[in-house]
Design a protein around this ligand. Structure first.
Ligand code: NAD
Length: 473
């Protein structure tokens, strides 16, 4: 049994003042792995005070000093890579390859931030004036359970690059992963108070942090409901805010695409991270005259995807993170059936042979209309909607007919056509003919998918205030 009863403050691990305990459950076995002692408002205030004490000196560090810190963080996270992978498998149910990628990604964010910082101009000119970019100040970084370690590290990397101290409020469901990350950060030997990490419930610790007058900036990734609540709190004291929220991303497979390549890739885009991905391509748009062909390829590919224990290297889709989330996904599958969508694969209940664990059958609905609940709402599980279109204009219309606009995928045999379609899509990122992450390119959403951008220079600038200095000779 693993018991986590400390939080990271002032450069050391201290026992939480909060007394509430939360059980940590292995989603593949339903066994209790341990408990986390949740912080309370007292702990939140201590964490902000620690960041406050460190902020002024940290803001005066040079970019070269901070690049050194980022490189030490990168090395420390790499040393803890196996532990982070294993915690992600055990606590979150992430399949082995995915969990190993998560650990490598978490480490790489620090190196990427170091590279961004290397060429970054903190002083510029505009007109006849000097423009200085200065650290915004104490930043609260709030993360979700589906990408806890990656979000902690990518947000922290940018805050550090900018010269901001931080209080991290990770998902309370991810305490084992957070403990590994916190230990690595501690070993990197940053000045005390630059990074503070606090387990706790969002409505206790999170809201205390978001209302604190000393906090200048909030970087939040999570659900739309929470994002809205945080935005309301933030605006009361004019905090700088970025929100990384939900998605219902379209994959447009154009008529000239190579279906044998595009369709498996599109299914993988939908089911990445067991479908628990903000950027999941959960609406697959295919030309009506090639629908049957697409359906056959989808069915064949889905049948090959192994759902099972996340520690099995052959597993592609692991369990949902919690029982409550499993129930939510089942509810959406039921809604799809009730709405009259045609089931191409999967369906209700656990996959055959899996009696325990929060496993979902990889599910594909076809003949979906974009007005159906399953096409409009973020399901956050391995559930794919196939929507036919008659021409490219209709495909673009369907793609954009969504409250969300986080990501989009386009497949075409003609790069120029794909680029033209990309230009018409309301999405913060568009991937053409496959999926890749670019850590230096901006990431964030149009419309209800959020406010602001992360990564690269756009991410760094979001932790900076702009000051224009106008001199009279
Ligand atoms: P959530 O909103 O339930 O929780 C996210 C975090 O907010 C947690 O740490 C939680 O404790 C905290 N929180 C909850 N209430 C709070 C409050 N009142 N004040 C301050 N903090 C509070 O989200 P989740 O279920 O953990 O994450 C899943 C969601 O995250 C999905 O909608 C997914 O699309 C989204 N997401 C978005 C991105 C992106 O980059 N756009 C990336 C990953 C996940």
């Amino acid at each position: 049994m693993q018991e986590i009863d400390t939080f990271y403050v002032d450069g050391r691990f201290a026992t939480s003042h909060g007394r509430a305990r939360l059980a940590l459950v292995n989603p593949a076995t339903e066994d209790v792995l341990g408990h986390v002692l949740l912080g309370d408002a007292h702990d939140a205030l201590a964490a902000v005070a620690s960041a406050r004490r460190a902020q002024d000196a940290f803001a005066r560090t040079t970019p070269a000093e901070r690049i050194g810190m980022l490189k030490r963080l990168h090395a420390a996270l790499l040393r803890h890579g196996d532990a982070l992978r294993d915690a992600t498998i055990e606590e979150y149910g992430g399949p082995v390859t995915r969990s190993a990628w998560v650990a490598a990604f978490a480490a790489s964010t620090f190196l990427d931030a170091a590279h961004t910082l290397e060429g970054f101009a903190f002083e510029r000119t505009a007109g006849d004036s000097t423009v200085r970019l200065e650290p915004v100040g104490i930043s609260v970084l709030i993360t979700p359970w589906n990408s806890n370690a990656g979000s902690i590290c990518s947000k922290l990397a940018m805050a550090i690059a900018a010269g901001c101290t931080s209080v991290v409020k990770p998902s309370e469901l991810s305490a084992l992963q957070t403990r590994v990350v916190a230990q690595a950060i501690h070993e990197a030997g940053l000045p005390p108070g630059v990074v503070n990490i606090l387990n706790g419930r969002g409505d206790v610790v999170g809201s205390t942090l978001c209302q604190h007058p000393d906090v200048a900036r909030i970087s939040f990734t999570g659900s739309n409901g929470t994002g809205l609540a945080i935005a309301r709190l933030a605006i009361e004291s004019m905090k700088r805010l970025s929100l990384g929220l939900g998605g219902k991303s379209p994959t447009l497979v154009l008529a000239d695409a190579d279906f044998t390549r595009a369709i498996p890739a599109a299914v993988n885009a939908a089911f990445q991270n067991s479908g628990q991905a903000c950027i999941a391509g959960s609406r697959l748009l295919v030309p009506r005259h090639r629908l049957q062909e697409a359906e056959a390829l989808i069915a064949r590919h889905v049948a090959q995807l192994r759902v099972g224990p996340p520690d099995d290297p052959d597993t592609v889709i692991g369990p949902m993170a919690t029982h409550a989330h499993w129930q939510r996904v089942q509810g959406y599958i039921r809604a799809g059936l009730d709405e009259g969508a045609r089931l191409l694969a999967g369906g209700l209940h656990r996959p055959e042979g899996l009696q325990k664990g929060y496993f979902v059958r990889p599910t594909v609905f076809t003949d979906v209309h974009n007005g159906m609940t399953i096409a409009r709402e973020e399901i956050f599980g391995p559930v794919l909607c196939v929507i036919p279109f008659d021409d490219e204009n209709e495909a673009v219309h369907i793609a954009n007919d969504s409250p969300y606009g986080l990501h989009a995928y386009v497949f075409s045999g003609d790069q120029a056509r794909a680029l033209a379609i990309a230009g018409r899509l309301q999405a913060g990122r568009v991937a053409i003919n496959g999926f890749r992450h670019d850590p230096l390119a901006p990431f964030g959403g149009y419309k209800a998918s959020g406010i602001g951008r992360e990564y690269g220079s756009a991410g760094l600038e979001s932790f900076l205030e702009t000051k224009a200095i106008l001199q009279v000779a």
